[in-house]
Write a new protein. Structure first.
Length: 298
């Protein structure tokens, strides 16, 4: 008598004799049901990753608008404008804010590209000639320790009161992250991979091109993501001192004349521009290093 879930099926052995019986699944679909559970869990986790930050942000804005934060920290509305006042200031000055945001973002992007390129070249030199190039990493780290406030007057004296001085500031503040990370990626080569290249009698240029540079790409994109935010900070702080345009210039002037909603509108747009810049770099990372185990796992 056959059961509803398992039936006995006779089989013939290779010697022509009829053997025992094997249990076969009649109608059970255990595997598909087991596959659905991880998918449902992943969808739920993805939903929670989106919903929870949104709810937290809405709650924070509600507490801000209801002046709960003002009561906790004993702040006045002129010290911390309400979100509605900031939104109104953004609406009234949107064309000016967008123009200045584009100006600041141009400084940040050009400075980050220049600083990252110089830092990558320094890492190449330090890896290829460790005896002579290793000290350059120390010099770059020392330059990165200099405050932006001290760099701004020097760069303005060298490059004038224009776009070049802020680009130079951002370049100086983004070199170290790229140089140190890229050098670490080029040096962290598996010994067996290096021995394999040497066994093929590969020249030094081929080792760099096919092994060291490729291995450094995850480290390079980590540095780029760090520089995406650091470049916006450098550009805005540089505009505080010597500039006639940009979010930093407008923010500084708004604070001086007590237009705090407009100043906070500059902060909001700077934050949005920084997030977009970071997401662009993250998207490029997914495109260029699909081969990396971390990308395949995600």
């Amino acid at each position: 008598m056959e059961s509803n879930t398992v039936r006995e099926a006779s089989f013939v052995s290779p010697h022509g004799q009829e053997g025992g019986s094997r249990p076969q699944a009649a109608s059970g679909a255990a595997a598909p049901s087991q596959e659905r559970k991880p998918r449902r869990r992943s969808r739920k986790s993805a939903v929670f990753r989106v919903i929870l930050p949104v709810l937290a942000g809405v709650l924070f804005l509600a507490l801000w608008e209801l002046q709960v934060i003002h009561k906790i920290f004993d702040l006045k509305k002129y010290q911390l404008p309400l979100p509605s006042a900031i939104a109104q200031a953004m609406g009234d000055n949107m064309s000016l804010l967008l123009s200045y945001t584009g100006y600041t973002l141009t400084e940040a992007v050009l400075g980050m590209l220049a600083g990252s390129l110089i830092g990558f070249i320094i890492a190449l030199v330090a890896t290829a000639w460790p005896r002579w190039g290793g000290g350059s990493l120390t010099l770059v780290a020392a330059l990165n320790a200099v405050p932006i406030v001290a760099l701004a007057p020097i760069m303005n004296l060298w490059f004038g009161d224009g776009l070049g001085s802020r680009i130079a500031i951002v370049t100086a503040t983004t070199m170290a992250a790229m140089a140190i990370n890229a050098y670490k990626g080029m040096a962290a080569i598996h010994p067996l991979a290096l021995d394999l290249m040497h066994s093929y009698a590969a020249p030094k240029s081929a080792v760099f091109r096919h092994l060291r540079i490729k291995n450094s790409l995850p480290y390079v994109f980590t540095a780029l993501k760090i520089n995406a935010t650091a470049s916006m900070i450098g550009a805005i702080v540089g505009e505080f001192f010597f500039s006639s345009r940009g979010l930093g210039y407008l923010l500084s002037n708004s604070i001086k004349v007590a237009k705090m909603p407009l100043g906070w509108a500059c902060i909001v747009l700077a934050a949005i521009a920084g997030v977009i810049f970071y997401l662009v770099v993250e998207r490029l990372e997914k495109v260029f290093i699909r081969w990396h185990p971390s990308r395949r796992a995600s």
